[in-house]
Design a protein around this ligand. Sequence first.
Ligand code: XIL
Length: 369
Amino acid sequence: MCQPAHHTTSRRRAVLGLASIAAATLTRTTSAQADFALELRPPLRRQAAASRVKYGCAGAAPLFLDDGILLEKMAGEADIFVPEAHLKWQFTEPAPNLFDFAGPDSIVDFSARHDMIMHGHTLVWYAANPDWVTRLATATAARNALERHIGTLVERYRGKVWAWDAVNEPIEPKDGLEAGYRSSIWQRLLGNEHVDLAFRLARAADPATPLSLNEYGFEYSTAESRNRRRDILALLQNLRDRNTPVDCFGLQSHLVGHQSFDHKELTQFLRSVTALGYRLMITELDVNDAQIPGTLAERDQAVARHVEEYLDIVCAVAEPASMSTWGLSDRYTWLPQYFHRADGKPLRPLPLDRDFNRKPMWEVLAKLV
Ligand code: XIL
């Protein structure tokens, strides 16, 4: 395996048959030999089989995705297929009681063919709702809509979903409501009760599939993260006190590469969460590197170190049931919808680069799964 880097590079291209590798890829790598070794490592899902932390990644439904290489890479690397969009309300129930399951069904089919399982993302969220939901006007109408929607989806995908993010992002301290609840259509019409109601409806429709409360923005030593930790924990405590059927806390883990973790407070927060009996799941990991300086290789290293530091903190508290990234390749990431680098270069938040080559972040994930 020990070869001069320039030989390794051309051999790598030949061996992998990657005629499409852009010239940029060759100048990008600082150590072609290390990359070559990386490409030959068994996929994350094979390594996950030996441990217990399943690896998942988010993507569009196969029916709506024409990138065969991405799908092949997803099937190769992941145990769990997370629908980035197609289980959201605007797609599944675009008009009242008119359901469309084409997207999620294609994920279930694809998953069955590739020995994967779908993650249920998501049932109740403030966003991605169709217009008719945003125009609901009474508590009764909201309750009826939740009952029908949750019941229909959860029953349909019984046994085909690994876990449901039953409630997504119910906390937003900046909205100024009591206890940090987010102001959403559900909160406005049903009050804080909507969270408990959603979990009970989901559990009634399927007693077996784990249910999670999925949240973001609690990792750092900022006032914002601190407020979120406080309000998320109070909500999780409240749900326990009421015996609400919530099994997992989903750590979205949309990390911000230039910020500093609050080791002590984050550890304490996660300990409190697990002490309440919640299992941890990492659900949407990626790293926003909009403000990380340096060459591409330096940025990739910084992203990998950031993920490693984070996973070390989480795993020192409890092994997560699963670890999913929000996408697989830098070619397809949601972050540029909101974030850009001052130097105009594309973001590199995920385990594979734009040409589907494994990056240092992939290596860090391989250590955990
Ligand atoms: C994002 C998608 O990735 C985007 O393409 C879409 O425009 C907005 O939603 N937290 C979540 C996900 O729970 O559903 C969001 O997905 C990203 C943040």
